[in-house]
Design a protein around this ligand. Structure first.
Ligand code: MBD
Ligand code: FE
Length: 313
């Protein structure tokens, strides 16, 4: 039985009171957004004839999501982070700031304040002796190819279990997280370990909803980057390692063709020695092009709640 109530004076009046339209205090933008949001929720309840049982299930779902700390994990799973990227790409296009290495989503697992190095950093703590050694290297340039010296490359990635330090308390502090300043040729190099893909906690709230959508909660093996230099647009991006079963089937929608990078096994002892290694390794090369801007607000990452941000780390 579908009843129509949305057009009634009672519901119109209710929504206006809910959003504080009849109150002087508060924030006008929040009032308008809450009014629209609750209108659309009510409309959805009408259109889908949502039952009280379904409604309360949804309310407690949101409660559990918060309790599990998964709100910022469900967001990319529902394409919200990707949608914000689509909007920022369109804004850049309109402002004549398109170009350079493409952005992709930050994800929920950044930790601020990773150790800073000049030109080179060892990222792993050496505790995983079975991990494949990774040499991650590249050059940061302007769009015309001029190298950018002293750009800060802030890198973070998972271990061979797909877990990130800080969130995974079993790892050492800042394991697999480093900031590297580019050298006189605009180059950065990291020695680390090849990460595994990420999977949503199987018993968590995010995976529970994905199951109802017939979807998996996996990401391909990937490496996150913030790249910044004064006078240039801040870049938030990631690379996805080619050949992973989820490279083109990422639950978080972060893969972009230009950001898929080959991981090449190098058996040549001379090349290993060049990096101070005495065994074969896997080389991942990622060159980054930044776009210049004089707008200071575009030169740093947007604000959001991040682990250890603003703390003396
Ligand atoms: C990740 O490692 C990640 O990068 C995203 C976007 C979501 C979940 C885990
Ligand atoms: Fe990630």
């Amino acid at each position: 039985m579908t009843v129509k109530t949305m057009q009634t004076a009672d519901v119109k009046d209710l929504l206006e009171k809910v959003a504080g339209f009849n109150q002087d205090g508060g924030d006008e933008r929040v009032k308008k957004i809450v009014h629209r949001f609750m209108h659309d929720v009510f409309q959805l309840i009408e259109d889908f004839d949502v039952t009280p049982e379904e409604f309360w299930q949804a309310v407690y779902y949101v409660g559990d999501l918060g309790k599990n700390g998964e709100a910022a994990l469900l967001a990319p799973g529902l394409g919200m982070d990707k949608y914000l990227d689509i909007r920022m790409d369109a804004e850049d296009e309109q402002a004549g700031l398109a170009g350079g290495t493409p952005r992709t989503i930050e994800g929920p697992l950044y930790v601020a304040g990773a150790p800073m190095s000049e030109g080179f950093a060892r990222m792993d703590d050496g505790s995983d002796e079975n991990a494949e050694t990774m040499i991650l290297t590249g050059q940061v340039t302007e769009e015309n190819g001029n190298p950018l010296v002293n750009a800060v490359v802030d890198v973070w990635h998972a271990n061979t279990m797909g877990n990130y330090s800080y969130f995974d308390q079993s790892q050492s502090e800042y394991n697999l997280r480093r900031r590297i300043r580019t050298d006189e040729n605009g180059r950065y190099t990291a020695q680390s370990i090849i990460p595994a893909g990420y999977g949503c906690p199987p018993e968590g709230s995010t995976q529970a909803l994905l199951n109802l959508l017939g979807r998996h909660g996996n990401r391909p093996a990937h490496i996150h980057f913030f790249i910044s230099k004064s006078g240039f647009k801040h870049l938030t991006t990631q690379i996805n390692l080619a050949g992973d079963e989820y490279t083109y089937d990422d639950f978080a929608f972060a893969t972009r063709e230009e950001l898929v990078v080959e991981a090449n096994r190098i058996d040549d002892p001379a090349q290993a020695e060049g990096y101070g290694l005495n065994k074969p390794f896997t080389k991942v090369e990622f060159n980054i092009q930044l776009v210049s801007t004089d707008k200071p607000e575009l030169q740093s990452r947007h604000e959001r709640k991040r682990a250890l941000e603003g703390e003396a780390a």
